[in-house]
Ligand binder design. Structure first.
Ligand code: FAD
Ligand code: NAD
Length: 460
């Protein structure tokens, strides 16, 4: 410690103000622990609020409105060609959506007596962090919670150019390029690819594996893949981008084995890496893995007894709701409560058109683990509600233990799948039987009936 440094002493120092960090801090304060949050941006919300979940979902709502207006032509209503004004759209996203939620979080922190310090934190040792902000200071703590999140992965050798965007740059909507190349057919590539396609770009997706959303059950992905084939100019599977070259006014992309194409902009969406560099972990007992992720146990404890870690910095699945749950667990364990991250079903939702959602065991995972399961599927073509919505392109699927009938996993594709998956998550988490879903009355006509119908099919 340097003589003259301002020193703050607290029970808990939370590093990072994203959904993992603020959930941890709020719970610490509720449990009577004196808590500070150190965040590089001096704000709560993290990647999720400023450059992730929230701005992308605001833009995907715009996509849904545009698609619904287009579909209305099928039943005799023509709204005409949409006229899109980027400035009001950017303002609505940043001020009325992100800004509103940011003010809400700041208000909660204030009400709970949590101090938010601005600056980058690095460990001096297992009980002190140095904050390199406007006013450098040292925070001495009994416990720290690392919640520094993640950042977009980069592809080595690609030019640094404003035409080569990561998700943060793309969410700012700098312009609507005529031709957009999206590298990566995962969550971000498909969500933001659909945003740009709806706003007018000709989108080409290049995915290195042989299918979109690798890892997700193929039958769940198929309706989305069919929709993407209509919305995108091209999808190249099993393809890598060998090189990108900035040319006068554009980017030339060499698609391995498929020749060269010109684009106006590129979105690189090939995964995320842990934001643990420069955190001074070498001064603690924590040794991150080769990708920078910090290993934790089910109490969110690290190899250093004074330090806990939560959220994206601890690896997959890199989802906001998982970060928040871990944050609350870490706070409760620090406060001496018998808490653990023992969730068996972390829901995942891709907010595309159609949405794809799943939780618990997937069919692909069961196959990998040589686990025998029963699979029940209900196609939405037979759903009254889906038909009234003009959306017969969905399906609902249950993965069931063949001996006990216990629900092990649920997958849903279709509009609203992200909301519907909550029933599946609750059912898996509560160890319900498929029979419980079959015997529960679901209102008619709703898409939720598809869960009941899928379950009923097991008893015919
Ligand atoms: P983060 O939200 O990354 O927050 C970390 C914070 O720590 C940041 O504010 C950062 O500035 C700060 N920080 C980092 N290092 C330091 C340091 N040394 N000192 C001080 N502060 C530091 N997840 C979903 O569940 N649903 C979605 O719909 C969804 N959509 C997404 C869309 C996009 C485009 C992206 C990129 C991500 C999306 N995610 C989504 C993932 C989600 O954003 C993350 O899982 C979540 O934000 C992780 O939370 P966290 O608290 O671990 O970290
Ligand atoms: P991702 O892991 O979902 O997808 C990356 C894709 O890029 C994969 O399909 C991968 O095969 C492909 N890829 C990797 N290298 C490539 C290369 N060189 N060329 C072509 N393709 C390549 O990652 P993402 O889309 O960047 O998103 C990062 C993470 O952020 C997600 O895993 C998720 O945890 C989170 N996220 C969640 C949501 C949501 O919950 N709705 C939305 C966006 C992001």
């Amino acid at each position: 410690m340097v003589m003259g440094d301002r020193v703050e002493e607290v029970d808990v120092a939370v590093i990072g103000g994203g959904p993992g960090g603020y959930a941890a801090a709020f719970r610490c304060a509720e449990l009577g622990l004196e808590t500070v949050v150190v965040d590089a941006g001096k704000r709560l919300g993290g990647a999720c609020l400023y450059e992730g979940c929230i701005p992308s979902k605001a833009l995907l709502h715009v996509v849904a409105v545009l698609h619904e207006a287009e579909r209305a032509k099928d039943f005799g209503i023509d709204f005409g060609e949409p006229r899109i004004s980027l400035d009001p759209l950017r303002k609505w996203k940043s001020e009325r959506v992100v800004g509103k939620l940011a003010r809400g979080l700041a208000g909660v922190a204030k009400a709970k007596g949590i101090q938010v310090i601005g600056g980058r934190a690095a460990f001096d040792d297992s009980h002190n962090i140095r904050v390199d902000g406007d006013e450098p200071q040292v925070v001495r703590f009994k416990h720290a919670i690392v919640a520094t999140g993640s950042a977009p992965a980069r592809l080595p050798g690609f030019p640094v150019s404003e035409r080569v965007m990561d998700s943060t740059a793309a969410l700012a909507l700098p312009e609507i390029p005529e031709r957009l190349l999206v590298i990566g057919g995962g969550y971000i590539g498909l969500e933001l690819g659909q945003v740009y396609a709806a706003l007018g770009s000709a989108v080409t997706v290049v995915e290195m594996t042989d299918g979109l959303l690798p890892g997700v059950d193929r039958d769940l992905v198929q309706p989305l893949a069919r929709r993407c084939e209509k919305l995108f100019a091209a999808i190249h599977l099993g393809t890598k981008v060998a090189a990108l070259r900035e040319t006068g006014g554009g980017i030339e992309a060499e698609l391995a084995g498929k020749g060269t194409e010109r684009f106006d902009r590129v979105l690189v969406a090939v995964g995320r890496r842990a934001a643990t560099e420069g955190l001074g972990l070498e001064h603690t007992k924590i040794r991150p893995d080769a990708r920078g992720f910090i290993a934790v146990d089910d109490r969110c404890r690290t190899a250093d007894p004074a330090i806990y870690a939560v959220g994206d910095a601890t690896g997959e699945p890199m989802l906001a709701h998982r970060a928040s749950r871990q944050g609350r667990v870490a706070a409760e364990v620090i406060a001496g409560r018998p808490s653990a991250f023992d969730s068996v079903a972390v829901p995942a939702v891709v907010f595309t058109d159609p949405e794809v959602a799943w939780c618990g065991l997937t069919e692909a995972q069961a196959a990998r683990e040589n686990r025998t399961v029963k699979v029940a599927t209900f196609q939405w073509a037979a759903s009254g509600r889906a038909t009234t919505l003009g959306r017969a392109d969905g399906l609902t699927k249950l993965i069931v233990d063949p001996d006990s009938g216990r629900l092990l996993g649920v997958g849903i594709t279709g509009p609203g799948a992200g909301e519907l998956i909550a029933e599946g998550t609750l059912a898996v988490e509560a160890a319900l039987l498929a029979e419980d879903l079959a015997l529960t009355i679901h209102a008619h006509p709703t898409l939720s009936e598809s869960l009941m119908e899928a379950a009923e099919s097991l008893f015919r």
